[in-house]
Unconditional design. Structure first.
Length: 374
């Protein structure tokens, strides 16, 4: 007969500990009002979801950061990214629960939070770092650098060392953005991969052919305007020309330093190739993963936007409890983008009928024991 205790639901989930964590600063749940309990529970649930998102993002990054990502691993990456997107979708709905707190109800206990702030959610800051938000793109918090603010607070908080340690660890990790870029860099263009003979020429040829195809497409659009009385204007012609010039500069990575241009050029062309020829069997999972990344960033932006609207609905435009500009600061964070290339390339996409002719089509077919077939 085993002496091991029989596991129970409450033991497995450690419910006695979990349900004892909503006592607020007083340390006694009986001393806080129902609205404050509501506030605490909603935010603790968000932090649990952030914990899950961080785990899923790191799992996806681990696979993509490999020197070679086998085709059979991409569904695994997509699985983790889809779970993240579902969590963010649920998080968006959760703001509705938060909005059941009326402005007057919140004001009854808001002052006791000062100088605490949701900005101090180190898991949210950690997620931004792991995903790849660049420090130069961050808005300062109350005029202070993001990490300086948290580091200074950490020195005065009992849990501060843990929070700052988590962020420091994240800052030393490879980002999801970096892993995605490494994966895109290896995209075969017309069957050519980095390291293959004449790969740079193949990539350059694709850029030339694509920009030429853009010009043909733009000419067809201008021809449609010629059928209306006003006809195409000089401004329209100039806009189309600027669009092509911008596309060429983007694909050639002309804004980058010379030692970075070749790498970034191949990343951008790889992405454009996946998006343009997404119906090919070999590109089925890559384009699904790209779609998941775009949805992830879109969900992240919407999450920030809904957060800002919830705060505005509850406290208006007053200063935040942490000393920031409140809603004004939150609105600025909705401008953040990490996967900028994934958004930019959508401006360049052409109808299938105008795409450059695909070379080495058989390379992108289904695989069998004899190799790839078209």
């Amino acid at each position: 007969m085993s002496d091991q205790p029989v596991p129970t639901y409450w033991d497995y989930l450690k419910l006695n500990s979990l349900l004892g964590l909503q006592s607020g600063l007083e340390g006694d749940e009986d001393q806080i009002c129902p609205d404050e309990l509501h506030f605490i529970v909603v935010h603790q649930v968000y932090e649990l979801w952030f914990k899950m998102v961080l785990r899923e993002v790191r799992e996806a990054r681990k696979e993509l950061a490999s020197p070679k990502v086998p085709e059979e691993k991409l569904p695994h990456v997509v699985h983790h990214l889809r779970r993240v997107n579902q969590i963010f979708d649920l998080g968006l709905q959760q703001w509705k629960v938060m909005e059941s707190l009326t402005p007057q109800d919140f004001l009854d206990f808001r002052d006791k939070l000062i100088p605490a702030s949701g900005f101090q959610s180190f898991q949210m800051r950690e997620l931004e770092v792991v995903v790849g938000l660049e420090e130069a793109k961050r808005h300062s918090y109350g005029g202070t650098n993001t990490f300086d603010h948290i580091k200074n607070l950490a020195a005065r908080s009992p849990a501060g060392a843990f929070a700052w340690g988590r962020i420091q660890k994240a800052l030393d990790e490879e980002t999801l953005r970096s892993a995605v870029h490494k994966w895109l860099y290896r995209t075969p263009i017309h069957g050519s991969s980095p390291g293959d003979e004449n790969d740079d020429a193949v990539v350059g040829g694709f850029i030339h052919d694509y920009v030429t195809a853009m010009e043909a497409y733009h000419q067809s659009q201008l021809a449609r305007f010629e059928k209306v009385p006003a006809g195409p204007t000089d401004k329209m012609v100039e806009r189309f020309k600027k669009s092509r010039d911008d596309a060429k500069r983007f694909l050639l990575a002309e804004e980058m330093e010379p030692d970075e241009q070749q790498r970034v050029r191949r990343i951008r062309v790889g992405l454009l190739f996946v998006e343009s020829y997404r119906a090919l069997p070999l590109l089925a999972w890559p384009r699904t993963m790209v779609d998941c990344l775009v949805e992830f960033e879109s969900q992240f932006v919407m999450f920030r936007y809904r957060h800002a609207r919830m705060v505005e609905r509850t406290i208006g435009r007053r200063m935040g409890t942490g000393g920031s500009s409140g809603v004004d600061y939150l609105d600025k964070t909705t401008e953040y983008r990490v996967f900028t290339e994934l958004w930019a390339v959508r401006t360049l996409l052409l109808p299938r009928a105008y795409l450059p002719e695909l070379k080495n089509r058989e390379f992108y077919g289904f695989a069998n024991e004899n190799g790839r077939v078209g």
